[in-house]
Ligand binder design. Structure first.
Ligand SMILES: Cc1cc2nc3c(=O)[nH]c(=O)nc-3n(C[C@H](O)[C@H](O)[C@H](O)COP(=O)(O)OP(=O)(O)OC[C@H]3O[C@@H](n4cnc5c(N)ncnc54)[C@H](O)[C@@H]3O)c2cc1C
Length: 478
């Protein structure tokens, strides 16, 4: 049960049986080597394409385990991967022969309904948060799949069904407890370690391991209106301008997206959409469900729908309605995204065309409507950067057969290259990004003029770039 772990310089370090035993004695959580039972289950992440084998996995149970794991890495100069929910499409929460600091067993959520504050442990999922907050008819703006980790999604920004009403997930963050590269536990907020607090809201996992998040929660539910109407995909070119025109009239309570996708033949879906390529317009209304029904009625009036699946349903059900399409470790995935300042004629024609040419039925082309509360935060107020784009276009390549990796990755890259040439195209959203390595141009597309400030914060909290397996920000040189 010895282990091989890489140093930051890429040299292989062998941890003897005896050393592994000494390490085990330090932690309350499990410490797994490749020889241990359970290792192969624990190392699985969302993206099946990235079948990586960490050298040592430390399954932390609390902040003290995280501190000791970070100190172990510092003492032995080891390459560190930090895992929350494991949904990174680029697979940055794992690496071959790394020391994985795994927070996925730390999933506690504590709600203070009077103060509308929620404390969330660093490895919790959005399903964990929704379950506890909905007990009090509260919600924190998160993502649209309940198995996604709070950590990675929040640190990268976080769009979902509430970003127009309540802002991005990172906008709801009020404080965080972070283990920095030196192994110190630091609390940051608007009045403590403000630079770190600024950087965490969009700058990713660059600055340390977040052991707990403190969010503001907002009134919502328990029932919401979930508009969901499917049209034949061939109608997308005609429908997209109608959806766009409608989106310019809706209040912030409405967060909507258009999706070009294929639906499977499952009993939960009406037979009219079984095994069909569809153009879906969907929305959640963050308010009274009856008002939501009225506000979203137009979704079924853009043309002749195949099926109107709109309904009032518990917010938690809306939040988990896509889960079955994204089984853990079940899909090969490669995604890329671009912001669109507007959906002009070129852009709608492009989205319709690319959506109809998807190489695999599980590949989704989707365009979330942005704006509203998220756009009322200035570009330098948080690390996230510019929020002025009205839409996003995400090219979510998903397929099953590893033999098709090359063709599917190429398709996403080609479609992305075409998308960035659209006149409406600006920046990129890294949470929907499949590339682990960023160059300066990619950093500029993601964070705009915030890059230099992020590099300064990185230098202060992680000068050696210990936390480098993420959309990486190199520390400033001086
Ligand atoms: C099926 C699916 C649905 C998605 N839906 C949405 C969506 O609706 N909206 C949206 O905005 N994004 C969405 N995403 C993208 C998602 O936000 C990112 O993949 C995000 O990184 C996932 O976070 P995680 O904690 O699950 O991932 P992980 O893979 O565990 O981590 C992602 C990154 O964050 C770092 N990290 C993880 N935990 C910590 C921590 N505690 N402290 C410091 N760093 C940490 C990791 O090192 C890694 O670099 C989705 C992804 C998938 C696969």
């Amino acid at each position: 049960m010895s282990a091989q772990v890489l140093t930051l310089e890429g040299e292989r370090q062998t941890l003897s049986d005896e050393t592994v035993e000494e390490i085990r004695a330090i932690f309350r959580g499990e410490v797994l080597t490749a020889d241990d039972a359970g290792y192969d289950d624990v190392r699985v992440i969302q993206n099946a394409m990235l079948d990586r084998r960490p050298g040592l996995i430390i399954r932390c149970t609390g902040a003290a385990d995280v501190v000791d794991a970070v100190r172990l890495a510092a003492t032995r100069n080891l390459l560190v991967a930090v895992r929350g929910g494991g949904h990174s499409i680029a697979g940055t929460s794992t690496a071959d022969d790394s020391l994985m600091i795994d927070l996925s067993a730390m999933r506690g959520v504590w709600v203070d309904p009077q103060q509308r504050r929620v404390r969330v442990a660093g490895g919790a999922t959005w399903g964990d948060v929704d379950r506890e907050t909905q007990l009090h008819r509260l919600a924190v703006p998160g993502g649209v799949v309940s198995t996604t980790g709070v950590a990675g999604l929040t640190l990268g920004g976080g769009i979902g069904w509430l970003h127009r009403r309540y802002g991005l997930a990172c906008d709801a963050l009020r404080a965080a407890e972070v283990v920095t590269a030196s192994g110190d536990v630091v609390r940051c907020s608007a009045s403590e370690h403000e630079d770190l607090f600024w950087a965490l809201r969009g700058g990713g996992g660059n600055f340390g391991v977040v052991v707990s998040f403190e969010f503001e929660a907002y009134p919502l539910g328990p029932v919401v209106w979930n508009g969901m109407v499917a049209y034949p995909i061939e109608d997308a070119a005609e429908m997209l301008p109608r959806w766009r025109d409608w989106t310019s009239t809706v209040p912030d309570e409405v967060t909507s997206r258009a999706m070009l996708w294929s639906l499977p033949a499952v009993p939960a879906l009406p037979p009219a959409v079984h095994n069909r390529d569809v153009f879906i317009v969907a929305a959640v209304y963050a308010g009274d469900p009856d008002e939501g029904q009225r506000a979203c009625r137009a979704l079924a009036e853009f043309g002749s729908p195949l099926a109107d699946m709109s309904q009032a349903l518990p917010y938690r059900a809306a939040q988990s309605s896509l889960d079955a399409f994204f089984p853990k470790g079940g899909l090969q995935s490669y995604w890329k995204s671009v912001y669109l300042d507007r959906l002009d004629e070129d852009a709608t024609a492009f989205v319709a065309r690319v959506g109809q040419n998807r190489p695999h039925p599980m590949t989704m082309v989707h365009a979330p409507l942005l704006g509203g509360a998220m756009a009322r935060v200035g570009p330098t107020e948080t690390a996230f950067g510019d929020r002025s784009a009205r839409y996003m276009l995400s090219l979510d390549g998903n397929w099953l057969d590893p033999a098709d990796d090359g063709a599917n990755i190429r398709w996403v890259r080609d479609a992305y290259d075409d998308a960035v040439r659209l006149r409406a195209a600006s920046g990129t959203y890294l949470n929907f990004g499949g590339d682990a390595d960023l160059d300066d141009a990619a950093r500029a597309r993601a964070w705009g003029s915030n890059v230099e400030r992020l590099r300064q914060v990185k230098r202060r909290y992680d000068p050696e770039n210990r936390f480098r397996l993420n959309p990486n920000i190199p520390p400033a040189e001086n």
